[in-house]
Design a protein around this ligand. Structure first.
Ligand code: MRU
Length: 346
């Protein structure tokens, strides 16, 4: 078992693996200020919906720790300010807002009357968010096992491993758990333009776990389904609307269409922290638009002619109709999603 941890809390310091430079450089960055944490999320030092939520929780812990407030009212106000800054880091993954709301709710507890108690509670909630994701991820792998046949060839998009979630992973956990259970699985890893989370991070994580895999360009997925024969697709999620429509890394929607055309089961995999029960449909999910340079350049090298305009939506929405099932820690949810997801609401 690999021993890397994307997110660590080390006695008042938040330590993140710098995912921008993997796989060739494995290095950490330490954070002490919530504003720097917001920048780390925006710049994708840390990325992946659950990992973004966990990191934001620790960003709040740093805000509580570093606040110079002399009374509890001021400390709560400082926390509210920090949450505003952290909320602006990235718009699509609902885990960011879910985590911040959890911390703010705990912080509002009227029985907390001292600065020390409030600071300790905020940190405790950040740890609880991490623990929730860790336990959920593990359970997701267990819940998915019956859906993965021995010998399965599986297409995976983006990166959804331990790097994206804190521990274990979600869609990638499905593949890793099947491998650990002794099933002979082979992962086809979408490279995932433009940030190459598949080629850089998923391939690295599958190497760490010893899972057989092949990297493919995104445009090869349909061809591989037709020629090699794919048994299932697994993808993560950044926000699942109440009707099951799912936002995930750009290219997920197209993959779902190819899967439908070839009769391949298409599974969305994620913890219930990624379900936005307040959002009726995927049409309402905010889609992050990132810098054009992520498309026009690879690393430092410009690949397009000067002056080219590029569009760079970082996510797309897969309509619920193209999703076979949603695998959560609370079970595998099948259509009708509106009804069956609502049953998960606590
Ligand atoms: O832009 P990213 O790298 O944060 O996008 C990540 C994804 O789209 C993942 O599939 C999703 O967050 C789920 S991570 C378990």
């Amino acid at each position: 078992m690999p021993t890397y941890h994307a997110i660590q809390w080390l006695d008042g310091t938040l330590r993140l693996i710098d995912q921008r430079v993997l796989p060739h450089t494995f290095t950490h960055i330490d954070y002490h200020d919530y504003r720097e944490v917001a920048a780390a999320i925006r710049d994708m030092v840390v990325r992946g919906a659950p990992a973004i939520g966990i990191t934001a929780g620790y960003g709040m812990a740093l805000a509580a720790r570093r606040s110079t407030a002399a009374d509890i009212v001021t400390l709560r106000s400082d926390l509210a300010d920090a949450a505003v800054v952290l909320r602006q880091a990235r718009p699509t993954a609902v885990n960011l807002f879910w985590a911040l709301d959890r911390v703010l709710k705990r912080a509002a507890d009227p029985t907390l009357t001292t600065l020390e108690a409030l600071r300790a509670t905020v940190l405790d909630e950040a740890h609880a968010i991490y623990a929730f994701e860790e336990a959920s991820n593990f359970q997701i792998g267990q819940n998915a096992l019956p859906l993965v046949p021995d010998g399965a060839k599986i297409i995976h998009h983006c990166n959804t491993g331990p790097l994206a979630t804190g521990e274990y992973g979600t869609a990638l956990r499905v593949i890793i758990a099947a491998h650990e259970a002794g099933k002979r699985v082979h992962a086809y890893v979408d490279e995932t333009r433009p940030r190459l989370q598949g080629a850089r991070l998923t391939a690295w994580e599958l190497q760490q776990h010893g899972v057989p895999h092949t990297v493919i360009v995104d445009g090869a997925a349909a061809h591989i389904m037709r020629t090699v024969g794919i048994d299932l697709c697994v993808v993560g999620c950044d926000r699942i609307a109440a009707n099951g429509d799912t936002a995930n890394k750009i290219g997920t929607y197209g993959l779902s269409l190819a899967a439908r055309a070839h009769g391949v089961p298409f599974y969305v995999v994620g913890p219930t922290s990624t379900i936005d029960f307040d959002l009726p449909s995927g049409d309402d999910i905010p889609i992050e638009e990132r810098a054009q340079e992520e498309v026009t350049r690879i690393g430092d090298v410009q690949i397009t002619p000067d002056g080219v305009i590029a569009a760079n939506p970082a996510f797309d929405v897969t309509p619920a109709a193209y999703i076979t099932a949603i695998i959560t820690e609370r079970g595998v949810v099948y259509p009708p999603f509106a009804e069956n997801l609502a049953a998960l609401k606590t």
